[in-house]
Design a protein around this ligand. Structure first.
Ligand code: AP5
Length: 213
């Protein structure tokens, strides 16, 4: 399956992506995670992206498309993949088509802005492996501030600061949300209303995608 996980920042794309990836045995390809990795490695691309991401704006299409193309050509993507955070603009969606990539489904997670702001303030991320937690809704199972997967100390992402979150939401509504109509017009859009519990959202996601529990 070639799936796009769509939704505003903090809607739960990363959280649901991990669960779908495990269920279908296909990788999650997150452009945000790839950009954060480039920043950590101090590459030229990372340096270019860092200051843009810190404001909540979008990294230029050609930069993101460049890293995505290489990733989708990798062996583990040949049986399908989950795109998390891509496309974010109409030109990015058109690039997927130009590359001959046929998407099977676009799953939109619907979460109101007020809930997003609350979720982002409580999100903690693993700087090592990228796993995501929430201090109340999805805390680590072992130790409060330690990643269950790799044991690294959890951090708050720089772009989860309230003023940056506000800008990310504005950018989403202006530049990314129009993609819903774009994919609806192609008959690919399915929507799931994000629930207060991760488990309940996962159940609805599985139902929408026809994945058995
Ligand atoms: P990116 O990393 O893609 O961030 P995002 O889309 O803003 O999404 P997030 O990772 O913030 O949230 P999420 O939806 O994955 O939610 P999560 O599962 O963590 O992008 C970052 C930046 O990179 C962009 O701003 C941009 O600058 C750049 N970029 C990336 N891609 C780009 C592109 N294609 N073009 C241009 N620029 C690009 O959940 C959030 C929190 O809520 C967590 O704490 C989680 O535990 C909790 N939670 C999840 N589900 C639930 C639930 N059901 N109930 C309660 N809590 C929940």
């Amino acid at each position: 399956m070639k799936l796009i996980l769509f939704g505003p920042p903090g809607a739960g794309k990363g959280t649901q992506g991990e669960l779908i990836s495990a269920a279908l045995n296909i990788p999650t390809v997150s452009t945000g995670a790839m950009l954060r990795a480039a920043i950590k490695e101090g590459t030229e691309l990372g340096k270019q992206a860092e200051s843009i991401m810190a404001t909540g704006a979008l990294v230029p299409d050609e930069v993101v498309v460049g890293i995505l193309k290489d990733r989708l050509a990798a062996e583990d993507c040949k049986n399908g993949f989950i795109l998390d955070g891509f496309p974010r603009t109409i030109p990015q969606a058109e690039t997927l088509e130009a590359l001959g990539i046929q998407i099977d489904c676009v799953l939109s997670l619907e979460v109101p802005d007020e809930t997003i702001i609350e979720r982002m303030s409580g999100r903690r991320s693993c700087p090592q492996c990228g796993a995501t937690y929430h201090v109340v809704y999805n805390p680590p199972k072992k130790l409060t501030s330690q990643c269950d997967v790799c044991g690294a100390v959890l951090k708050q992402r720089d772009d989860d600061k309230p003023e940056v979150v506000k800008n990310r939401l504005n950018v989403y509504h202006k530049e990314t949300e129009p993609l819903k109509a774009y994919y609806e017009g192609k008959g690919l859009l399915k929507s799931v209303v994000g629930q207060p519990q991760v488990e309940e959202t996962s159940r609805l996601v599985r139902e929408a995608l026809g994945i058995e529990a």
